[in-house]
Design a protein around this ligand. Structure first.
Ligand SMILES: NC(=O)c1ccc[n+]([C@@H]2O[C@H](COP(=O)([O-])OP(=O)(O)OC[C@H]3O[C@@H](n4cnc5c(N)ncnc54)[C@H](O)[C@@H]3O)[C@@H](O)[C@H]2O)c1
Length: 135
């Protein structure tokens, strides 16, 4: 057990210069059986991270191998998280206007995950006995 362990179910969306080190830092506080979900649409990036290689050079291979992070490009891994952190690019054009396309796309993926989780009855709400009133 980690002394600063947290119980949030975290997903980091976009594993670049910001997202990967953030996911690594958060993963240090997760229990062994509750890894951070690290999601990226770049399947090549995911394959590299699973193999222990960070092309940005921010994280060493040994650290990646031992991290409590589930690297994935599969949106099916996202429903049921309690915290979603989006760290995708927002490049600006010549007029300094940001391209919000990646952010909108990431929000759509998170929205779909939230909708899917909301449509799935939780164990607590599917019990046959009525809930006790709060005092
Ligand atoms: N890099 C920095 O030093 C820095 C500093 C401050 C703020 N920021 C901001 O942080 C954000 C992330 O920057 P970065 O440097 O980490 O970017 P990056 O380009 O290094 O990484 C972004 C990652 O997001 C992934 N991605 C793109 N669209 C996606 C989507 N729809 N769903 C999931 N993943 C997606 C990419 O495949 C890539 O791996 C940007 O808004 C940037 O402006 C970056």
């Amino acid at each position: 057990m980690n002394e600063a362990e947290v119980t949030e179910q975290v997903a980091v969306i976009g594993l670049g210069y910001v997202g990967l080190p953030l996911a690594m830092a958060l993963a240090r506080h997760q229990p062994d059986d509750q890894p951070v979900v690290g999601f990226d649409i770049d399947t090549g990036r995911i394959a590299e991270l699973v193999a222990g290689h960070d092309r940005t050079g921010e994280i060493a291979g040994e650290a990646l191998a031992g991290a409590r992070i589930r690297f994935t490009a599969d949106p099916a891994a996202l429903p049921g998280r309690t915290v979603y952190i989006i760290t995708v690019p927002t490049p600006v054009d010549e007029a300094n206007q940001p391209d919000l396309g990646p952010l909108r796309s990431a929000c759509a993926v998170v929205g779909a995950a939230l909708a899917r989780a909301a449509a799935t009855p939780s164990r607590a709400s599917s019990r046959s006995s009525p809930a006790r009133p709060r005092r």
